[in-house]
Design a binder for this molecule. Sequence first.
Ligand code: NDP
Length: 238
Amino acid sequence: MARALVTGGSRGIGAAICRALAVAGHDVVVNYRGNRDAAEAVVAAIAAAGGKAETACFDVSDAEAVQAGLAALDYAGRPFAILVNNAGIVADAPFPALERDAWTSVTRTTLDGFYNVTQPLVMPMVRGKWGRIVNISSVSGVVGNRGQTNYSAAKAGLIGATRSLAQELAKRNITVNAVAPGLIDTDMVRDVPPEAVQMIPMRRMGRPDEVASLVAYLCSDAAAYITGQVIGINGGLV
Ligand code: NDP
């Protein structure tokens, strides 16, 4: 099976994606930024279930750190056929109060992160003649959300990148898709008020493993004809 890299794989949705890809038989690299214990717990759980995984610590928004991290993984010698760009952060504020740092940290993590990680991995993936790239966007990137101008801009940008790269790579047997989750029960949304859940037609948050199942499907052979798409998973929110 394939070698897979999941950015932000230590917690939440990314951790569930790592587990799902390992169950599908892939050899998973669990990237994280700071939370080593959580990343190692994901690797241990995968190993206990009979799968293969290792951790890789680098900040996706830091170009030099990514280069060094990918080189240490020997990405050219042992190419990744699966890449899930999942690392993301929020720094919410109404736009008049949105400080520059909240703008740059969020856009850099999502957009520079996409470039820093994806660009070096693409040519080795092309040479391998098969690939799957899944970018984790958000419902905020599709329809916007009050207090998330920075996050919506970043996640909408990621959708644009997905559509263009899909067109470039389609004839190479590489699919590129975006997944746009609604509210998913992770650390990221622990401050979301209960009223927000009542706005969801299903009246509940999604689970990380529900997103992971979709991502694992998009990374499978069965999804070979799906590319350039933005697939919502949001309990009927939009
Ligand atoms: P969490 O906050 O639970 O986890 C974030 C993960 O990303 C952690 O593994 C964290 O690593 C990692 N990370 C953050 N910044 C960086 C960085 N600069 N470099 C490398 N890794 C980084 O988030 P979720 O699981 O909720 O979110 C995952 C993705 O899904 C994000 O892109 C998010 O925007 C998106 N999403 C989430 C929704 C939700 O409702 N939860 C809804 C829609 C989209 P560490 O553990 O080391 O801090």
